[in-house]
Design a protein around this ligand. Sequence first.
Ligand code: ADP
Ligand code: MG
Length: 238
Amino acid sequence: MPLLHAEDVTVAFGGRRALDRVSLAAEAGRVTGLIGPNGAGKSTLFDVVCGLRRPQTGRIRLDGRDITREGPARRARRGMSRTFQHLELFGRLSVRDNLLVAAELGPERRHADRTADEVLARTGLTDVADDPADALPTGLARLVEVGRALVLRPRVLLLDEPAAGQDPEETERFAVLLRSLAADGTAVLLVEHDMSLVMTVCDEVYVLDLGKVVACGPPARIRHDETVLAAYLGEERP
Ligand code: ADP
Ligand code: MG
């Protein structure tokens, strides 16, 4: 049984289906990629998974339990944590305080300082821990978002374009971090446009186009899939 299972999810905005009977499974200990052109429905699926949007059809299961009717706070307590495509940091707070604010709500709130420092080290943010978040270049600011998700010690980690704005060296370090999180048993769900990152770190990749899953499988297969190439015509090819 997958740790996270989205089954048959439909979301319509007005008459248009942003998601049309989408199913996706994310396993503990694996990095699951979710790719597709802009507007494919990736962020909308994240919203449904973490409880920010009710789907018109379908259900979300965590460990087999149906959590479709639970709100985002409840799901967070069950071990779901996400980052946003549009950065949502406390700009005037230091990097460490951004992590502390989250850590003080999490399962390790009794030693939030220790947790924050450990995550700062793990994400490579220790050197900028005292800088205000809005002073950071985008690549590092995205890592702060990831760090803030990590202090909650998630079992399911949803990352929405976390590498946007990273330079190649940062992305390489980020790939190592993602693999180490999976090695710890986390189910990582990764939305990302950087195809070389996706193909390097993912165990399995889902391809969304116009709200439908058009392909799913290991990166080596997805890279050569005709449907995928068609979905990406005019965009960067995987
Ligand atoms: P992606 O993250 O893959 O780029 P999104 O999930 O953001 O795609 O969007 C999927 C589709 O749903 C797009 O056509 C987008 O315009 C539409 N959409 C997303 N959010 C809303 C909303 N709040 N209201 C109306 N349409 C929306
Ligand atoms: Mg998006």
